[in-house]
Design a protein around this ligand. Structure first.
Ligand SMILES: [Ca+2]
Ligand SMILES: [Ca+2]
Ligand SMILES: [Ca+2]
Ligand SMILES: [Ca+2]
Length: 249
């Protein structure tokens, strides 16, 4: 019995180290919140099933999974989210966005890992139900972080499943920016990187579920995170906790 436990722990650690292979698409992906593209049917699902904050919800409260494909311009994400109550209490996109239902995409272009809380070593994009995209930027001279609305980084749209009204299909075209990105307030014109076969990147997905409370009720991710002082909510600080993906033809 102990042997079985040790072997399965080893397999989990190995799978955490290995990069998941992501296929290239030749088919045009239309960001319409519908998985009508043929390529989506051929790709495997990855689960969003690790509790980061709170207990793992029952499946009717939240369950989620995603698929990825890529081309030169974008990393495409198809997420299927079951959430019994969609909740968006803050109309201002930079106001407590993590306490509204949102899909979160963590990306580290060069898989460097390391701190990214107030810099652009990696990004933690929050996609709100109104499709606005927000991440934390750098601190200003008074030490206050700049909250950036980066809607052009992740064009996205969701629709309700016609088979199950508690299920939403969320489609995203993510433009990948490297660590040379600068805040739009700097005036720099940032260009996304062109993606190539063989490229490895840090990547993780999550969902903040709130069904009407003052604060989010649960935060569920695609990767098990080692707690620091009992806290698993490390993704927005440290890119070393992300998983890895590898782009293949
Ligand atoms: Ca589509
Ligand atoms: Ca829910
Ligand atoms: Ca990086
Ligand atoms: Ca919800």
């Amino acid at each position: 019995m102990r042997k079985v436990v040790i072997i399965s722990l080893l397999l989990v650690s190995i799978s955490n180290l290995l990069a998941a292979s992501i296929s290239k698409t030749k088919e045009l992906i239309l960001i319409d919140g519908m998985a009508n593209e043929k390529i989506w049917k051929t790709q495997q699902w990855h689960a969003i099933d690790q509790a980061i904050i709170g207990e793992l919800p029952v499946s009717s409260d939240f369950s989620g999974r995603y698929k990825l494909v890529w081309d030169k311009q974008f990393l495409y994400i198809l997420a299927e989210i079951t959430d019994d109550k969609l909740f968006d209490a803050h109309p201002n996109p930079v106001d407590a966005y993590w306490d509204d239902d949102c899909l979160e995409i963590f990306i580290d272009e060069d898989a460097s890992g390391g701190n990214h809380q107030f810099n652009f070593n990696a990004f933690a994009y929050h996609l709100a139900l109104d499709n606005q995209v927000v991440d934390i930027g750098e601190k200003d001279s008074s030490g206050n972080p700049e909250f950036l609305v980066l809607n052009n980084h992740a064009k996205n749209r969701w629709t309700r499943s016609q088979l199950d009204p508690t299920k939403i299909i969320w489609e995203v075209a993510l433009a990948v920016y490297d660590d040379q990105f600068q805040s739009p307030s700097s005036g720099k014109k940032n260009e996304p990187v062109q993606l190539k076969s063989g490229k490895e990147m840090g990547f993780m997905m999550a969902y903040c579920d709130n069904d009407g409370s003052a604060n989010r009720e649960s935060f569920i991710g695609s990767k098990d995170i080692d707690a620091v002082n009992g806290d698993k909510n490390r993704g927005y600080i440290d890119a070393s906790v992300f998983g890895k993906i590898k782009l293949v033809d």
